[in-house]
Write a protein that binds this ligand. Structure first.
Ligand code: NDP
Ligand code: BG6
Length: 512
């Protein structure tokens, strides 16, 4: 690692038109660039949202020319964009795409890239504001950052601002995340670092903030006096697909819980931020993450469930076991499912259990938060046969987007045989309410925020480290107690241990 004397010039947060800039994408021959970044950039171009002076300079080891890369990008946009290609917009967009090849740790390749950047910036009068996007496997993050540091120390990066965008996973545990943060900060200051968690770019995830803090009726009941427990479920019906070799080194805990689910938890549990900006929102989120009680080794066996999918049927299709997936070593003990109960040790949430679960090849694809409120203190309907369910607020993030409050209502009738009470939903369908508004993929929003220098929806150093500290404690508990994943059939809701986990507390997972 080359030590750098100073960091890049600080990037100002723009409050007007975004500055001209160049997006430099490392790993541009890969899946993320093909499926998400190019379609997102193209859709922003289609809406006239990109700065008029913007270039995208792509870099990878694959030996492509500019033209070959533009052709590749077009094919991918045709395949993955939700909107078809408009030939005029495409031509103008593609004329701003450039490609340079080389190794990620290869100084010559980076020198060629810097030369290309200078050429493009000079030709287009863009200046030298740059966003460096690491769309590469994490094993190459450090090499690239070191090369960026080297280029900077040689004055090859110009006087403009520079931002670094780092994809997940940010480390594999607390020690590696700290080390990566150390390397990142040897070249970039935290104000210029954008750690991606694409869940924060999802419309409904941002809606949690609006729902909680733009409505006055919720705050008085959003606490331990009224909330019995909270459930967060992110279930996927897909398996690991062709990502078996990556996934096997990660597992559900590191792939989903460490990032997406912890972020959802922090948004649900946080105190009201002073404003919607990078400092205020992230200050409040990190307080929650630091308040999540770390597991002791001997608690882990009872407070968590670990599973791995076996063969089964999903949506009418027969699917193989995890250990038969491409790239997964035989006898793998990696979990494809994790469920657990945690506590947030804060004034607001003391004693309220949060049940989290995520898994692949589950019964259905669903991301949902359910807040179950306490039952009424005394049921005056009990003697009349009426059975009460406590109220539940369901925030469905995907595939549908809605908010439902489940409340008790009386079935119509003369009630001679007793009252018939039923749980009915008060429904707010965001899909229906905003049917005329085009849905954006998370990366459109995130790329625009990157260009404009808004860090609100990106994960800060202290957040990522708090997330890892908590994951490490679970992994240590699993190791200490030799907790192995239990098999569950594909197409189910996970292993029976996950059901036992909540039922011990008299709680049922919200599965309907
Ligand atoms: P890929 O595996 O497609 O890799 C991207 C590019 O990196 C490849 O095209 C290849 O380019 C180069 N590369 C691949 N393996 C290696 C290696 N072992 N050593 C050096 N270079 C390599 O990754 P993705 O595009 O899927 O993901 C990029 C980043 O984004 C990762 O950090 C991933 O975790 C994250 N991410 C991806 C998502 C997705 O949907 N794909 C979703 C969320 C996060 P070349 O050989 O031309 O150099
Ligand atoms: C990624 C995980 O971060 O999120 C994948 O690596 C997972 O394993 C994906 O499938 C889920 O994202 P989404 O947006 O489809 O819910």
């Amino acid at each position: 690692m080359t030590a750098q004397a100073s960091t890049f010039a600080a990037a100002p947060v723009s409050d007007s038109a975004p500055d001209p800039c160049t997006i430099v994408i490392f790993g541009a021959s890969g899946d993320l660039t093909a499926r998400k970044l190019m379609p997102a950039l193209y859709n922003l171009a289609l809406d006239g949202r990109l700065p008029p002076r913007l270039a995208v300079v792509c870099y990878a080891r694959t030996k492509w020319s500019n033209d070959a890369f533009r052709e590749e990008a077009r094919k991918n946009v045709e395949k993955y964009s939700r909107r078809p290609i408009d030939p005029d917009v495409w031509d103008s967009f593609a004329s701003n795409l450039f490609y340079s090849y080389g190794g990620y740790d290869d100084p010559e390749g980076h020198d060629r890239l810097n030369e290309k950047l200078r050429e493009v910036e000079a030709e287009r009068g863009i200046g030298s504001n740059r966003l460096y996007y690491l769309a590469v496997p994490p094993t190459t993050f450090v090499d690239i950052i070191e090369q960026l540091g080297r280029a900077r120390s040689q004055g090859a990066t110009g006087e403009g601002w520079s931002r670094l965008i780092v994809e997940k996973p940010f480390g594999v545990d607390l020690a590696s995340a700290r080390e990566l943060n150390r390397v990142v900060h040897s070249v970039f200051s935290e104000d210029d670092v954008y750690r991606i968690d694409h869940y924060l770019g999802k419309e409904t995830v941002q809606n949690i903030l609006v729902f909680r803090f733009a409505n006055s009726i919720l705050e008085p009941i959003w606490n331990r006096h009224h909330v019995d427990h909270v459930q967060i479920t992110v279930s996927e019906s897909l398996g690991v697909g062709r990502r078996g070799s990556y996934y096997d080194g990660s597992g559900a805990l590191r792939d989903m819980l460490q990032n997406h689910i912890m972020q959802l938890l922090s948004l649900i549990a946080m105190e009201p931020p002073l404003a919607i900006d990078g400092h205020s929102v992230r200050n409040e989120k990190v307080k929650v993450l630091n308040a999540v009680r770390l597991f002791e080794d001997d608690e882990v066996a009872l407070a968590t469930a670990r599973g791995q999918y076996g063969p089964g049927w999903v949506a009418g299709e027969e699917v193989p076991a995890y250990h038969d997936e491409e790239g997964v070593p035989g006898g793998s003990q990696t979990e494809t499912f994790a469920a657990l109960r945690l506590f947030v040790d804060s004034w607001r949430w003391a004693g309220v259990p949060f049940y989290l679960r995520t898994g692949k090849r589950m019964a259905t694809r669903r991301s949902e938060i359910a807040i179950q409120f306490k039952p009424v203190p005394h049921s005056m309907f009990a003697g009349r046969g009426g059975i009460l369910q406590p109220n539940t607020l369901v925030i469905r993030l995907q595939p549908e987007e809605y908010i439902q409050l489940l409340v008790m209502a009386k079935e119509p009738g003369l009630d001679r045989e007793g009252l018939r009470l039923r749980e009915v939903p008060l429904n707010l369908s965001l899909d229906a309410e905003f049917a005329g508004t085009r849905r954006r993929i998370a990366y459109e929003r995130l790329l625009l925020d990157l260009i404009e220098g808004d860090q609100t929806l990106f994960v800060r150093r202290d957040e990522v480290e708090a997330q890892w500290a908590w994951i490490d404690a679970i992994r240590a508990g699993w190791d200490a107690n030799d907790v192995k994943p239990k098999h569950y059939p594909s197409g189910s809701w996970g292993p029976s241990a996950a059901i036992a986990l909540t039922e011990r507390d008299g709680v049922t997972w919200q599965d309907d």
